[in-house]
Write a protein of this length. Structure first.
Length: 183
């Protein structure tokens, strides 16, 4: 894999903060160390996301929101933006630690529709009348930064820290990065 320039959302976690998070003394870190072994190293990685403008109605009020969905397999959590991320929210990075997009546009829109419906219904099922969900792709392509913590001795396991939301991700993100690393 060759290094290339990508646009990514600005990370909210520095390398020092990521290392401190992965090697902390919390219960989840202790669980990872007992289950997989000691922390061996950390690395940054970038996941491609496609941005979509979604129009819908809640009650009689029209809404327009931007949703970003990972362009790898659509399994990661959505990002929500009230408007397109500004240029000041993005950084250009030269890296080879990026996953290649592989999700077809039609499959992405279908998966996005299901995820957006779930988000809307969580806001209030009875407010949803005459939904008319309209999804339009945005030309902006961006990557989301993540920190990967590698634990183990003979066989390394990957723990994932979202560098924008400042939170640990679950099994789906770990599986996505582990399959990328072994491919």
């Amino acid at each position: 894999m060759t290094a290339t320039y990508i646009q990514a959302l600005k990370p909210n976690v520095t390398p020092h903060e990521a290392l401190r998070t992965f090697s902390g003394s919390g219960l989840s870190t202790l669980y990872w160390k007992m289950r997989s072994g000691p922390l061996q190293r950390i690395a940054d990685a970038y996941v491609p996301y496609r941005l979509y403008r979604v129009h819908y109605n809640m009650g009689r009020v029209p809404h327009s929101t931007f949703f970003a969905m990972d362009a790898v397999d659509g399994s990661l959590d959505l990002f929500t933006f009230p408007q397109l991320p500004a240029a000041s929210d993005l950084v250009t990075i030269h890296t080879q630690n990026r996953i290649t997009p592989s999700l077809q546009a039609s499959a992405a829109e279908s998966a996005l529709r299901q995820k957006v419906l779930r988000v809307i219904f969580q806001q209030g099922f009875f407010k949803v009348r005459d939904l008319k969900l309209e999804i339009a792709p945005s030309p902006l392509e961006m990557h989301i930064p993540y920190w990967l913590g590698f634990y183990g001795r003979a066989f390394l396991r990957c723990r994932v820290l979202n560098a924008v939301r400042r939170r640990m991700e679950g099994a789906k993100a770990s599986a996505l990065f582990e399959s990328w690393l072994t491919a």
